[in-house]
Ligand binder design. Structure first.
Ligand code: CP3
Length: 377
């Protein structure tokens, strides 16, 4: 296993170790808590909607210039410490041979959902090169942020992909789901279908992540957004091994991995077993409790409820302070939401949160530094 101190990406891309976001991923001390947001480039932001007026979501994803512009605009407008590349979880479906589209008001729709071993056997794993447009967008973002910012810090660049379970659930259900009946039926069938689907997804996702790292992604985030639909026993029996394989192979590319899911309180100790460097916590669990569940040898990201961004200023400020207080300045906390920013969120409240984290997060880090303990109470 790669030790944080020897992490090649950190040594290579920023030899001076000047990205507080990457340092926090590796539980190294930072001058202040780094901050970024899930879905920071999205429909709540007028600049994004202006681009969306002329282009579909998939057009934006598949046009490196536009995807890079949307990524950069959001990061600069908010003043955050990391930029997540503008893309979507479902993009790898196309080179695998599975057609889908985004239907207004409905989300993603897969036209011929997977229900059989034969269909899984027909999925292609040899055309990942077709996703190169995402890497091209990352190259442009990396070139834009190559120089350190005014405070001397390098903005972190986050590439991402879905986790095997969450992607399989879209492939099998054909879209968003409530009970995951078809997914779990295929999983429980006990034949070759589920293991083969997991294996094919891992093959494609490792190659896709490798393109992103090669292009300049400093960190890869793996979204297992719907893992919370699984019992601990099912997660462990059907998903832990392929997810661990994916995470270990992405780490071997030389970058830290953030592993995120929603409604995961009961799954956290198992998620930690994947060896991810950082676990993304959803907003339901108090941050210190979540950190205790994953253990002190792991960084955490989170976990403000995105809907508190609609609250009056005093409530919002109190919630931001609460998250920082629960992290207590221990190395290895990245401030974020517990899930993505939703449409209609007031942009000025998002910016205010960034300012507060910069203000209060510095004090918290300074407080914790004397002992530099990474222990969780
Ligand atoms: O700044 C960013 O984070 C934007 C980049 C980004 C998008 N999708 C663009 C997008 C990221 C990181 C994603 C990941 C993604 N995609 C996830 C995991 C994150 C999570 O929320 O748990 C998931 C589950 C998807 C699949 C997906 N894409 C759904 C379910 C939807 C529809 C839901 C909705 O909000 O409408 C999308 C569409 C989508 N992907 C949008 C954006 C900005 C909004 C739709 C639009 O612009 O038309």
């Amino acid at each position: 296993m790669i030790q944080p101190e020897q992490h090649p990406a950190v040594l290579d891309s920023h030899p001076e170790g000047s990205s507080r976001f990457i340092r926090a991923c590796l539980r190294q001390p930072v001058d202040r808590t780094p901050v970024w947001f899930l879905r920071q480039a999205g429909r709540y932001m007028p600049e994004y909607m202006a681009v969306r007026k002329h282009h579909s979501l998939l057009e934006i994803c598949r046009s490196p210039n536009i995807a890079a512009e949307v990524t950069i605009t959001a990061a600069e407008r908010l003043g955050v410490d990391a930029a997540i590349i503008f893309a979507d979880l479902l993009l790898p479906f196309t080179p695998m041979g599975l057609d889908f589209e985004f239907v207004a008001g409905e989300g993603p729709v897969v036209h011929t959902p997977i229900r059989s071993l034969e269909h899984i056997q027909s999925l292609r794993t040899d055309r990942v090169d077709e996703l190169q447009y995402v890497a091209n967008a990352i190259e442009k973002v990396a070139a834009h942020f190559a120089a350190p910012r005014h405070d001397g810090d390098h903005l972190g660049i986050i590439g991402f992909c879905g986790a095997p379970f969450t992607l399989a659930s879209y492939m099998i259900e054909g879209g968003s789901s409530r009970n995951y009946i078809h997914t779990k039926k295929l999983m429980y069938a006990g034949d070759a279908a589920w293991p083969l689907l997991m294996e094919k997804l891992v093959t494609v996702l490792v190659a896709y992540a490798a393109q992103q790292v090669e292009a300049g992604a400093d960190v890869i985030q793996i979204f297992d957004s719907w893992a919370g639909a699984l019992s601990v026993a099912d997660y462990r029996q059907y998903c832990l091994a392929p997810t661990t394989e994916l995470i270990q192979r992405v780490k071997a590319l030389g970058v830290p991995v953030i592993y995120f899911g929603v409604d995961t309180a009961s799954l956290l100790p198992s998620m930690r077993e994947t060896t991810a460097d950082v676990i993304g916590l959803d907003w339901r669990i108090p941050l210190d409790e979540g950190w205790r569940a994953v253990g002190p040898g792991c960084a955490v990201q989170g976990n403000l409820d995105p809907i508190t961004l609609f609250a009056p200023e005093a409530v919002l400020e109190a919630r931001v302070r609460e998250v920082l207080n629960l992290a207590a300045g221990r190395p290895g906390h990245i401030f974020n939401l517990g899930h993505g920013i939703v449409p209609e969120t007031p942009v000025e409240n998002v910016i205010r949160v960034v300012e507060w984290v910069k203000q209060f997060g510095a004090a918290a880090s300074a407080q914790a530094r004397p002992g530099e303990s990474t222990h969780v109470r």
